[in-house]
Ligand binder design. Structure first.
Ligand code: UT7
Length: 336
């Protein structure tokens, strides 16, 4: 039976022009192209030039998503949600600036901080607002400028993360339409909050001790995170498929958070999905955190991998710990 649902109408992606191949990193630190490719599946990432911030990438991706939506007869946006762990500044949020620079007027605009799961959380937030009638049309952006937060002395993180932004537009519609967000599953485990994070700028370090040099950098307990990522994305995927009433064999494409190719392969094994159904874009962009799912969607869409009404499982995991999945069908989309 048809129900109110958010429907995907536009898609856009942007990565800064500067590519950083593995060889460049291996000249700066004790690593190698061979190690990075074998252990992560990453060949290169994009890093923004000095002075370029997350809002700049978000505006580019947002602009492309809006253009893509307009080609389908899209109307005015009345809500902007930006998922990011690397906002332009601590305060104010990045979304109002993005909305203003996209000439969207005085719309509702908020940031969602859910680490690498940010895009799925933002999609859920906007979808809920559309279904509840608080908004008619939303722009959801996942955007990160991670490289300034990477510790050049930590090869475990410095080789993984990249910068970029991806965006989708949504409108209020019904669940039987192509492009409908069928359902979502969200979760978190704050008892494991210390496994990955960026301590600097928070109220706790500020109120207890002087800022330490490494507080500005991302730290990550990679091995532990790896295991949780596979387990939580697999559990959440199963949960969202059960809610959607989809058998795993009916899923055409699994779009997992692009953290590590080995994680995606392990996820496919856990779910019993063949690798051909995995959407993999990590080799070109690395781990772009909240931007990774929309960037992967845009890459696969540009390559013509998605057909109208295909069933897509989106699933993500990251700092928090937080995880989430969404079941969506694929609409008619013209990329800008
Ligand atoms: O995005 C959201 C959350 N993040 C993730 O989901 C990331 C999850 N974790 C991972 O992707 C992996 O754990 C990493 C890619 C971070 C690390 O891969 P790993 O296979 O777990 O390596 P490891 O940390 O167990 O390290 C194995 C070895 C170590 O050397 P020893 O002690 O065996 O001599 C490391 O020091 O590899 C070494 N190593 C490196 N060697 C060359 C670690 N990083 C590097 C490097 N280049 N960049």
């Amino acid at each position: 039976m048809s129900r109110p649902a958010a429907v995907l109408t536009g898609l856009g992606a942007y990565v800064p022009p500067r590519t950083v191949p593995n060889e460049e990193l291996s000249r700066r630190m004790d690593t190698s192209d061979e190690w990075i490719v074998q252990r992560t599946g990453i060949s290169q990432r994009h890093w923004a030039d000095p002075g370029v911030a997350t809002s700049d990438l978000a505006v580019e991706a947002g602009h492309r998503a809006l253009k893509s939506a307009v080609s389908g007869g899209f109307g005015d946006i009345d809500m902007v949600v930006v998922a990011t762990t690397t906002p332009d500044q601590q305060c104010p949020a990045t979304a109002p600036d993005v909305a203003a620079r996209l000439d969207l007027g005085t719309v509702a605009a908020l940031d969602v901080a859910a680490g690498c799961t940010g895009f799925v959380y933002a999609l859920a937030t906007a979808s809920a607002a559309l279904v509840a009638g608080y908004a008619e049309r939303a722009l959801v952006v996942g955007a990160e400028t991670f490289h300034p937060f990477l510790n050049p002395a930590d090869r475990g993180t410095a080789v993984i993360f990249g910068d970029g932004a991806g965006a989708v537009t949504l409108r209020r519609g019904t669940s039987d339409e192509a492009g409908a967000v069928q359902t979502v599953d969200l979760g978190s485990d704050g008892t494991l909050k210390d496994l990955v994070g960026i301590p600097g700028n928070g109220s706790r370090p500020r109120s207890t001790r002087p800022m330490q040099p490494d507080d500005q950098y991302l730290y990550m307990h990679g091995k532990e995170i790896f295991a949780h990522a596979v387990n939580r994305m697999a559990q959440s995927s199963s949960a969202v498929l059960a809610k959607a009433g989809w058998d795993v064999d009916e899923v055409d494409h699994v779009v997992g958070h692009q953290a590590n190719l080995r994680i995606l392969h392990a996820l496919a094994r856990e779910l019993g999905v063949d690798r051909e159904r995995l959407v993999c874009h990590i080799d070109q962009v690395g781990n772009t955190s909240a931007a990774s799912i929309p960037l992967a969607l845009a890459d696969a869409a540009a390559k013509g991998h998605f057909q109208l009404h295909d069933r897509l499982l989106l699933t993500a995991f990251g700092a928090g710990l937080a995880w989430g999945s969404a079941a969506i069908t694929w609409p008619e989309i013209t990329l800008a």
